[in-house]
Design a protein around this ligand. Structure first.
Ligand code: SF4
Ligand code: SF4
Length: 280
């Protein structure tokens, strides 16, 4: 029997926004950041967690003995689910490789996301190596807050980095994510030195980082570093709110941007940036 290598909270098929073509995205548990706007709050803690939606529960009692160790459990009425299942790299790859014909037809492959995939570094590296050995295109979505050693080790097996850049002002970065941005910036420079391919992903939250000086900062990075192919704007959305309540955590209270606001962000960034800018 294989050893347990990692904790995954979702394997999502037929993704089209996590790199080129049709992809399978593997969502890792655990993240060193705690972004105030995170729409995957169940990703942040390293271990499995139970999400409860009491308004959907019909009291059948079938989940009486369910614990965090039951990573496959999803209530038939979507009233309770366990986020986080221990899996071996071979088990994840067996699921990913089932869709290989779709990757081949579309130029797709496997994306690691989370959470922060490099928070489970050994597991991430093993998956990337196995995917490359199987001939798949690989992408790694990262918050960039990891060691230079870890990033250097995964780079040869990663065709595309989806690299987050959340806030140019490091004090504000600290306030909203729990860490400053210095290490993230030095890791972006490292990827540039390694001649990696990078998409700079920028979550934009009204009233937080939709500022001209942050847009200037994004454009300066994109234009300075050859590794950055394009900038992607990730407009804040409220789809994750129900999950905060389901985890019994305070729900974020940011405003959802209007379509006009989003278009204004796109125009403002496009005007500043020589590289392509689009929504993710
Ligand atoms: S299985 Fe679902 S519906 Fe039944 S008691 Fe549990 S949460 Fe409620
Ligand atoms: S880096 Fe991503 S997964 Fe981690 S807390 Fe921030 S938004 Fe959530």
């Amino acid at each position: 029997m294989n050893a347990v290598n990692g904790i995954v909270f979702r394997i999502q098929k037929f993704c089209v926004n996590d790199g080129p073509g049709i992809r399978t995205t593997v969502f890792f548990k655990g993240c060193p950041l705690h972004c105030a706007w995170c729409h995957n709050p169940e990703s942040q803690n390293a271990g499995p967690e139970i999400l409860c939606y009491p308004e959907k529960c019909v009291g059948c009692g079938r989940c009486r003995n369910v614990t965090e160790r039951d990573g496959d459990f999803v209530c038939y009425n979507d009233a309770k689910a366990v986020a986080g299942k221990p899996m071996t790299a071979d088990a994840v790859m067996a699921s990913v490789l089932r869709d290989k014909p779709f990757y081949e037809q579309s130029g797709g492959g496997m994306t690691l996301s989370g959470g922060e995939p490099l928070f489970q570094f050994d597991f991430a590296l093993e998956l990337l190596q196995k995917a490359k050995a199987a001939g798949l295109h690989t992408a790694l979505e990262t918050c960039g807050f990891t060691t230079a050693e870890n990033l250097s080790a995964v780079a040869p097996f990663t065709d595309l980095f989806l690299f987050d850049w959340k806030e140019t002002d490091t004090a504000r970065h600290q306030a909203y994510t729990g860490v400053g941005n210095e290490r993230i910036l030095s890791n972006l420079v490292l990827l540039n030195d390694l001649h990696a391919s990078v998409v700079l992903r920028c979550p934009i939250v009204p009233g937080v980082n939709d500022r001209p000086d942050h847009f200037d900062g994004i454009a300066a990075l994109a234009d300075r570093y050859d590794c950055i192919e394009r900038v992607e704007i990730e407009p804040y959305h409220r789809f994750g709110e129900a999950k905060y309540a389901a985890l019994n955590r305070p729900v974020p209270s940011f405003a959802q941007p209007t379509d006009d606001e989003k278009q204004a962000w796109l125009a403002a960034l496009s005007a500043r940036c020589a590289k392509p800018v689009r929504f993710s």
